[in-house]
Design a binder for this molecule. Sequence first.
Ligand SMILES: C[S@@+](CC[C@H](N)C(=O)[O-])C[C@H]1O[C@@H](n2cnc3c(N)ncnc32)[C@H](O)[C@@H]1O
Length: 212
Amino acid sequence: MQNSLKFWNDAAGKYARSPIKDMPAYEKTMERTRNYLKNTDDVLELGCGTGSTALLLADAAGRITATDLSPEMIALAKGKLDQSDIENVEFRAASVEDALDNGQEHDVVLAFNLLHLLEDSAGVIARAHQAIRPGGYFISKSVCLPSGTPSFKFGLMRLAIPVMQFFGKAPFVKFMSTSDLDKLVEETGFRIVETGNYPASPPSHFIVAQKC
Ligand SMILES: C[S@@+](CC[C@H](N)C(=O)[O-])C[C@H]1O[C@@H](n2cnc3c(N)ncnc32)[C@H](O)[C@@H]1O
């Protein structure tokens, strides 16, 4: 956790300055997500980074509490909030465990570009299930390996990441296939309502899962 905290605190400034890599894929993700939000919903976002997504979705939700492990990310997010006239978003520094284990229930939990960065993604999905009201949604997008035999390109990526991690240039990354992640979400007790890959390669796997 300490390594992860340092990595993301150090990365915050650069992360804020970097443009979104694939804007059509991001817009598709936001458009699909909006379909599941109501203006009365209490939404919790995990790993919100510098807050752009929470601010963008604010008009579709009742209230959004957006959380991130990194206080540096949260400071940048609060700066953006201060520059806006949005009143229904709150940013808070919190690990996924702290954000989910406080006994509060939510209509929707969001986790964009996060699950593949967590050592205990299964535990976090289970905690999210606990924290979502019946009928509510867990909406996530995670970088995955394609299902089936990985290509040469993905083989190389798997080799390169540990080297980058050794030099502090990459965070913890878990390699899951899209089908493994779907299975994990379903085994936790969610019903998958839709999936998609935005972008398709490497698959940034979007899952909308409902608590029945
Ligand atoms: C790749 S960024 C994604 C940020 C944002 N969700 C987005 O889609 O642009 C991953 C974020 O997850 C946060 N993070 C990593 N591990 C975390 C943890 N254990 N608890 C909460 N946040 C975490 C990092 O600080 C970082 O801001």
